[in-house]
Structures are given as C-alpha cells and as structure tokens.
Design a protein around this ligand. Sequence first.
Ligand code: NAP
Length: 281
Amino acid sequence: MAAVVMDGKALAARMKEEVRLRVERMERKPGLAVVLVGEDPAALSYEAGKGRDCRQCGIYYDTFRLPGDTTRGELLDVIQLLNGREDIDGILLLLPLPGHLSQREAVLAIRPDKDVDCVHPANMGKLMMGTGSLRPCTPAGVMRLLEEYRIDPAGKRCVVVGRSNIVGKPQAMLLLQKHGTVTVCHTRTPDLGEECRRADILVCAAGRPGLITGDMVKEGAAVIDVSINQDGHGGLCGDVDYAAAVEKAAYITPVPGGVGPVTRSILMENTLSAALRHGKK
Ligand code: NAP
C-alpha cells in the first residue's frame, strides 16, 4: 500500500494561523529581521518568503539586503544595531555568507535571545542539554510533522543522513530527546544502504538528489526528506527516490510541500516566543 503523504503545507498554514491569532491580541507586535549578504537568487527568494510569512502572521518585518562586498565591520554593525532594537525580537542571518566573511564571528554576534534559528553556540549548547527555548527551525519542523502524524520516535531506530550544524546534528539531538535510538550518517559511512534499511524513521538531509533509493527504505518506515535540490528540469526534489519509496514507506514527505513550509512556520513561532520572552504583550 502506498504511504501516507505528510502534508507540510496544510500543517504550516494551521501553525501560521495560530500565530496570527495570538499576535492579533498583542499590543506590541513581534518583529523579525532578516539579514542577507549578496545577490544569490535562491537566498533572495527565500528572504521574500519570510516577508510574506510575517505579513500573514501580523509580525513586523525588516530586511537588510547587503551587497556581496560588505565588510566584516559593516555586517557586525548591522547585527549590533538589530541586537539593540526593541522592535526586533528575532534576527535571521541567511547562511552561507560570502567567503571573505566569518560565519562563526557573525553568528556569535547575534544576541542569543534573538537567535530565532538557534545557530548561536549558547543555544546549541542548551539544545544539547534539552533546556533551550528557541528551537532550530528545520529539525523542529521535522519533529512537528512527526507529532502531527502521531509518529513517536520512542523506542524506534532513527537514521539521520547528514551531520551539518543546521540540520543533521540538531535533528539527531531532538530525536534522541524523544527517546529514539539514533544513528547519524555522512560521507564516511561505509554502507549507507544498510544503515537506512534499519530505519523506522529515516531523515534525509544530504542535499544529494537520488541518494536514497527504494531498496534503502524499510517497509513501513517514516521517510522525512529535508533536502531541497534542483531536479534538473526546473523543479525541486529531495534526496529520496520518491516514486520508489512511496510504495514501501508508511509515511513520506513530498518535496516541495513537506518539511519546507513547516520550517517557515516554526520561524514564526520562534519569533512570537522570543517576543513574549521580551515582555511584549
Ligand atoms: P550540508 O551542510 O551540505 O550537509 C550535508 C550533509 O550530508 C553533510 O553532513 C554530508 O556529509 C552529508 N552527505 C552529503 N553527501 C552524502 C552522501 N553521499 N552520503 C552520506 N552523507 C552525505 O547541507 P545542509 O545545510 O545540512 O542541508 C542539507 C539539505 O537540506 C540541502 O538540500 C538543503 O537545501 C536542505 N535544507 C532544507 C531545509 C528545509 O527547511 N527543508 C532547511 C535547511 C536545509 P559530510 O559531513 O561527511 O560531508
């Protein structure tokens, strides 16, 4: 039997509506600032999407599109300015930065209580300890989708493909916190297929189209495809061979329309919760 397709779009719309209803009752609105360095078309369209989400939720939105030759000092000045602005509760710095800028230094400059994508080491540390309040958007989006479809990681074999700081590592931590038995795979994993075939919950975030073939999916698994790749025909695809996997899995996310929209709604939730912690009512 074909898998249940996990509808991230519908879930994301409900999450945004909940944020909108909460924000509507607030006298001082939450605010999000997005900082983008350079002219990458994908990043520009990503940034425009954040603006639309904020408008839908009633969240104040400001954007800083800085030229590709922005200096270290100019970037740090913008971050410091946003750190001090009371109308801004969340700062999202779009990564990667151009090569001449230090990502580490820029991330460290963001005030941790405004770090709505949970990239600051202080927030990553709290995530490790399970005490954080701001959640990393994409891994938290995956957890929200699992919860929506009542897929409980407790006691399950969870395999995460990818170990980036932004997706794979925090994803593994969140699954572990929900009592999954977690394996993290990467380019040095000797037999990726063997690891994946054991997974009750398979989270793919390698950014490699076609990496996960049908024979790597266990019958009845939940397959969560985080990756967003160009499919070579003007469209998008994930890492998973969807047509093959949908016949074996019990649950599967489409690309697009799976994890992506939920990630965006988590950003709205994080901005709201940062504003509440800043005393906005
Ligand atoms: P990344 O920094 O490039 O990390 C990719 C990870 O995948 C690395 O750990 C790499 O291993 C591993 N990997 C690559 N090829 C592999 C292979 N053949 N076998 C096993 N492991 C392999 O990427 P990222 O920032 O985590 O993003 C991953 C994907 O998610 C991208 O497609 C990105 O566009 C997408 N994404 C989606 C969302 C969303 O909201 N849906 C958000 C963020 C990112 P090594 O560490 O050994 O190199």
